[in-house]
Design a protein. Sequence first.
Length: 421
Amino acid sequence: MAKPASHYSREPIDWGILAASVLGVTYNAILAFINHNIVPLTPTHVVLSEILILTFSFGYILKKGLFEEDLVPLGYLLATIALTIYVMVINKAGYIDHLRNVLIIFAFTVLGRWSNERTLRLAFKVCCVATLAALVCEIVSTTAYVALFHPAEYFQNTRGVPPATYSDVGLFRGALGFEGRFSFGLIDHRSSSIFLEQVSLANFCGVMVIYLVSFANRISLFDRLIFMSTIVLILVTNDTRTMLIFTIVSAVGYVIYPWIPKIFSFLMMPAIVVVGFVIHAYKPDAHDDDFVGRISGTVRNIIAMDLPATMGLELDRATTFVDSGYVYITYGATIFGLILFWLFVSFYPAGQTPNQRRLCHALSLFMFLNLMIGSTAIFSMKTAGLGWLLVGFLKFNEGSTAGIRGSTAQAERTPVPSPVS
């Protein structure tokens, strides 16, 4: 049951969780401003920024202590560490991409368990308003937006991506789009907002949809209007086909998800893969950068995998599958890494209350649909952090588990040793 507004309004804001959540979304924009106006940055600065946010998050968690409720995400993290060591040893090469992804999942899931409702709502609202403000600026005056962030310069300095030779507007080259791409035609490029590139903004839209689907009845009408306005504005300016489909399905899902058993979250991934194979059977030679072309390409890559690839023996090829998430995870973390991710996404979120079931079904669809047409975007701290914060919060703040967070907080005040800490 949702708490009355008077209850959460009296809850103290947890500034540590709020800072980690908001910085996880906005650090790219902050660094871009510094890059142009204060000092040129390098890739090291971006890596260090993310490490600092993760270090702060882990420090917060260790200060609170690890409890029995944290064993599942902790087990997932430890299993991923073991797989990472195995893959690096057997390939005699360094590779921590997938481990970094799971570190983000672990950190924000546990932070979500410790968060109160006021902090969670404020984190989502601050990130949404910041995104909306930058997006409006980008739409109204692209020149002013570029003058503020200088995306092309930032990505050249920190990612080694040169500006587009066919445009001097100053936007990230990926946001410029190309002729024939799906578009509503409202602006002359794909919007990026505070993320400075179009893919993260699209996935942020998906996270906002998940939040509305699973939390709409716990927030005010005014807040719902802010989130809905931001989602619509992203959809009509970002030209994201996947998130448009996801949003439409989620609108229907808000009504039907509470009636669907949680096991369907587990079946979501194989169902999506099967549909992908069916699409590929009808369009086996589709190579265009559209929805069908991306899916067909992923299926071709799955079919091309051999046993050594599934066992992590071809690590050097992992980063070549940026548009095939299932293959990307398998090459970098073995087939067992993919199975662990599937199981965690499917079973960790609670499924007792209507909101929890809305969350678990929407999360599975978001993750496993995205893996058919992309790879790293859904793992980025800029979008994944808020999503997993919500998962951790709803698991322990609704249904029969709602008292767990309170009892754990009491354990902090009472010197009784927990099973893990």
